[in-house]
Design a binder for this molecule. Structure first.
Ligand code: DCT
Ligand code: MG
Length: 340
């Protein structure tokens, strides 16, 4: 259970991180706030007084700014610097605009400078088409829908459709996993991440195109129409939008929500490391990569390599995730325990 007081302090610092990232474009500061928030969330005791944060190295320095902010929150329950940032019109606008899929902090600021201060401004009639890229227009169209978490059952339905589509391409069953937070057992997810194996690397692009055509409107398959929009179509990686053809429950009147979906095809040799990488969490990946690096290995989505050159000759043969943990002399960690 998260500790209430630590969570409150961490939430305010996370908001500072978001504002620094999305509106002020202070990437380094944003990382510092985010790291402090994450350290506070991981404490196993409730912070009541400022001296107790000495256990967090980055907050130890007496005159450190973030330490002072933590102290202010602990004593007053508020953070005045954050309150005034929240009031700034440019901050409000840039945070809102950077929430559009495909719009980064720099574009958000440019839009703000051009006079587009909100989603409503961009949705108003007469906004020139070249104000946003095609991907950003789709992000704008589904802004509210993409913000909603996806219930596990729905993630499973969409991923199953991808698996079924993949299995109409190959004679034998291909390995196809729903990865990301779903594989870590989460009750809901931010998007649908699907990883597909292709045994013959020369057919990887054909397999991806086959899956996409199967799922798009107009295909003869029973899954036709699940993919509604494309965001980015690469050779072996796809980013797009999916929606159930009908609600999961017959009595559900609301139309299905549009969801973000990523589909990635990897060859057999790289499949275990891709599975590990896309299962996450991102923090779990970071610490495992660092561990591998300290042991002289390079761990990537595309493989585990014996040396940092990542040359094909240094590839460590792995058949499954367990082999990766073994090679790195680590105990196997089940996906549900990778939620760090
Ligand atoms: N990933 C990573 N580093 C990142 C982003 C992603 O290692 N900076 C990996 C780990 C998770 C996986 O890719 C899928 O990414 P997301 O979908 O962004 O994360 P998630 O854990 O599935 O969470 P969510 O429920 O929000 O989709
Ligand atoms: Mg995800």
């Amino acid at each position: 259970m998260p500790l209430e007081c630590n969570s409150k302090v961490a939430d305010l610092l996370s908001e500072m991180a978001k504002i620094n990232q999305d509106a002020l474009r202070e990437v380094y500061k944003a990382k510092q706030y985010a790291a402090a928030a994450s350290a506070l969330r991981s404490l196993n005791f409730e912070v009541q007084s400022i001296d107790q944060v000495d256990v967090i190295p980055m907050l130890k320095k007496r005159d450190g700014k973030i330490r002072k902010y933590v102290q202010e929150i602990l004593t007053t329950g508020k953070l005045t610097a954050l309150q005034s940032l929240r009031q700034r019109p440019d901050v409000k606008s840039c945070v809102e605009l950077s929430g559009i899929h495909g719009v980064g902090p720099v574009t958000a600021r440019k839009l703000f400078d051009k006079g587009y201060k909100s989603l409503a401004d961009l949705r108003a009639p007469g906004v020139p088409r070249d104000t946003l890229t095609p991907t950003q227009w789709i992000g704008l169209k589904y802004y509210e829908e993409f913000k909603q978490r996806i219930p596990r059952e729905e993630v499973s339905h969409i991923a199953t459709a991808v698996r079924e589509a993949a299995n109409t391409f190959m004679k034998d069953e291909v390995r196809c996993y729903c990865v990301g937070s779903f594989r870590r057992g989460k009750a809901d997810s931010g998007d649908v991440d699907v990883l597909v194996e292709c045994r013959d690397v020369s057919l990887a692009n054909d397999l991806l195109m086959h899956i996409l055509n199967d799922l798009r409107a107009g295909s003869p398959s029973p899954r036709s129409g699940i993919l509604t929009d494309d965001l980015q179509v690469g050779d072996v990686q796809y980013m797009g939008v999916a929606a159930l053809q009908q609600p999961l429950r017959a009595d559900d009147q609301a139309p299905p929500v549009h969801r973000r979906i990523d589909i990635k095809v990897y060859e057999t040799d790289a499949f275990p490391t891709a599975l590990l990488y896309f299962t996450g969490s991102d923090k779990f990946n970071r610490s495992m990569r660092l561990w591998a690096k300290r042991k002289g290995y390079a761990l990537q989505d595309k493989g585990l390599f014996r040396d940092r050159s990542e040359a094909a000759a240094s590839r460590v043969r792995v058949r499954d995730e367990k082999d990766i943990f073994d090679a790195l002399q680590l105990d196997y960690v089940a996906p549900k325990d990778r939620n760090v």
